[in-house]
Design a protein around this ligand. Sequence first.
Ligand SMILES: [Mn+2]
Length: 338
Amino acid sequence: MNLGFGLYAHILNHENLLFAKQVGATHIVAHTPYSDTRRAGDYDAIWTYDELCSLRKLINDDGLELEAIENFLPVFWSDVLLDGPRKQKQMENLKTLIRDVGRAGIPIFGYNFSLAAVWGRVQGPWARGGAETVAYLDPEQPPIPLGWVWGSVVDPNAPQGFLPPLSAEELWQRFEYFLREIIPVAEEAGVTMALHPDDPPLPTLRGSARLVYQPALYQKVFDLVPSARNQAELCLGTVAEMTEGDVYEAVENYAGQGKIAYIHFRNVRGKVPRYYEVFLDEGDTDMIRILRILHKVNYAGVLIPDHTPSMQCAAPWHAGMAFAMGYMRAALRMIREE
Ligand SMILES: [Mn+2]
């Protein structure tokens, strides 16, 4: 088990890589790197091999490993998600990208197969001591505008109107097409595809069905296209927000099967349709118990803190992340010595 740290494009720089190293990370998850260089309407956009190599070099130069890239940009695969006319072309682009990810020596690609995305969260002082955090409080769900996917405009010329409702059956068909196309390429490239669960984990959001909104649905994903390269990007916070099953059982089951590529380590209070993201040691999940389970089944992957509440100081985000990393690092040492 290794400690990692996730960085988004706009904060993925030398200074924050040193910060990650200082708080004890050995591995980096790069969240949508180079997102600023791609625009809506550019349907042939894809990250290049050279960009992937320079990303890896930036991270290696600071003595860290690049464990995973997380998330395709919506514009890369909008029609794969929407079953639109550019679907096959975009699928070919994704295959090129995954081949290049492997060639650049990056072992994991994390993704969300979702139209509605992470949506509807609001911010407020709901963590310990009034720390700023996010919550999902059962909001009204407007339909998704045409030309949008994953919370972004992918087609600026789309007509007015809204996406029609998307059934679970149709969503699973689209997902199966994607998996059957990408997994053989991932196998050849030596890249593990890692699916994040749907956050918030509701059966439908904004009229669109959700894929993994209960823990048991991950098994359906693994059985759909059985492969060592078809795995989970297990987000503990999202699993804890689910109404069925139990987060400890899910971790033991899926880590035991060798199906967890990496872990988002996050705690929450409550479940859908109302929950609050909180500090690691104040939510409903006993995070130390999770680490004991992972240790018991010899989980060898990376854990990264997910989002955390911000703290009252001059560097609210850094302080929140440093608190999470310190907590995780101490807990891991304790468990290893038990
Ligand atoms: Mn997550």
